[in-house]
Design a protein around this ligand. Structure first.
Ligand SMILES: C[S@@+](CC[C@H](N)C(=O)[O-])C[C@H]1O[C@@H](n2cnc3c(N)ncnc32)[C@H](O)[C@@H]1O
Ligand code: SF4
Length: 346
């Protein structure tokens, strides 16, 4: 009799749970005793559509620190935490990515040379090239904290070093916030350019086009520096980073229109190494890992984190990365990216 009552009770509970779920679209959790708990509304994370396709993380950007010594007014990856993973955990994550198909890693930030005076970065660069044998290891940096001794120790393991420079006018750099104290950003740029030549690292330049440099003509200086690639970004707004509530920057005054961006590109059409990146191209064509090794989905104009690859693995986390492989290929994300394959004149 008691058994029969128990069976009828669990059948009715299951039926009720099914009906409730259909009608209200909310998740109803069964308790261990088979009773219904209070309906839980779907969280933001559950509402996001995971991608059904299997994505290969062939090229990954790991922003392992948010700390920085510069104060660029448009910055979209700000010092919201001071967290950095212990190096052994970071290496474990990098190994997981390699096993999932990673071929290229780019270390970014914040300023990647700030943590442990560049030694943390150096050890990860060495690990990725020597132990994981990745075809391409690169860094993007503001260039201000790099020392020649770093190249002596780690230069062999690095394929590409990108240095950000938004203007060849020192005053414009200062207005943007690209600078620290009296040090010259442009002197640093030239110094690093020479070290890259001496230590056989491919030299790249990144520029963010914004209201303060949009009318500049950089053709002469870029041609003289002759980088392997000149990435030209249209200044991008990310809610919670450089706009809106809880953001550490207000970048609206830096934003330019699509037409202004196009005019800048037209002015520089003779520069062969120029690779343009409009706002639309940038939002969904990068695989971004934050300091906890969570993928950041930028499709909604903000950075929505997945779970950490260290907790759920790459395959599960990447479903929430918002990464569009087609867009990645369309923006020329896959190129000759190891220094051995580049026909560089040293
Ligand atoms: C976030 S920074 C981190 C690396 C390093 N601190 C640096 O500035 O190069 C990575 C790249 O993003 C670019 N960037 C920063 N804020 C941006 C924005 N709002 N729109 C487009 N690119 C931006 C930087 O200029 C840099 O080339
Ligand atoms: S863009 Fe500027 S403020 Fe942001 S991380 Fe790079 S150097 Fe620092």
């Amino acid at each position: 009799m008691q058994m029969c009552f128990k069976n009828v009770h669990s059948f009715v509970s299951a039926l009720l749970r099914w009906i409730l779920m259909r009608v209200s679209g909310v998740l109803v959790q069964p308790t261990p005793l088979g009773r219904m708990s209070r309906p839980k509304t779907r969280t933001k994370e559950q509402k996001k559509e995971p991608s059904a396709q299997l994505t290969t993380p062939s090229s990954v950007n790991y922003h392992f620190t948010r700390q920085c010594n510069y104060k660029c007014g448009f910055c979209f990856h700000t010092a919201k935490t001071s967290f950095v993973l212990p190096i052994e955990e970071a290496k474990r994550g990098l190994r997981l990515l390699k096993e999932a198909g990673m071929e290229k890693i780019n270390f970014s930030g914040g300023e990647p040379f700030i943590h442990e005076r560049g030694n943390f970065l150096g050890e990860l660069v060495r690990y990725c090239k020597q132990d994981l044998q990745l075809p391409s290891v690169s860094i993007v940096s503001n260039g201000s904290l790099i020392k020649e001794t770093w190249f002596q120790k780690y230069g062999d393991y690095l394929d590409i070093l990108a240095v950000s420079c938004d203007s060849f006018n020192e005053d414009t750099n200062k207005v943007i916030g690209r600078g620290q104290g009296k040090k010259s950003h442009l002197d640093n740029l030239h110094k690093i350019h020479n070290w890259c030549r001496d230590y056989r690292v491919a030299f790249k330049i990144n520029s963010v086009i914004n209201t303060y440099n949009v009318d500049e003509d950089m053709t002469e200086q870029i041609t003289a520096l002759n980088p392997v690639r000149w990435k030209v970004f249209q200044c991008l707004i990310i809610e919670g980073e450089n706009a809106g509530e809880n953001s550490l920057r207000e970048a609206e005054k830096f934003v330019i229109s699509d037409q202004q961006f196009q005019d800048f590109l037209d002015r520089h059409q003779s520069v062969e190494c120029l690779v343009p990146e409009s706002n639309q191209k940038m939002r969904d064509s990068y695989l971004i890992l934050d300091e906890y090794m969570r993928f950041l989905d930028c499709r909604e104009g903000r950075k929505d984190p997945s779970k950490s690859i260290l907790d759920v693995g790459v395959e599960e986390a990447i479903k929430f990365s918002g990464f569009d492989e087609k867009m990645f290929l369309k923006r020329g994300g896959k190129y000759v990216w190891s220094k051995e394959e580049m026909k560089l004149e040293w």
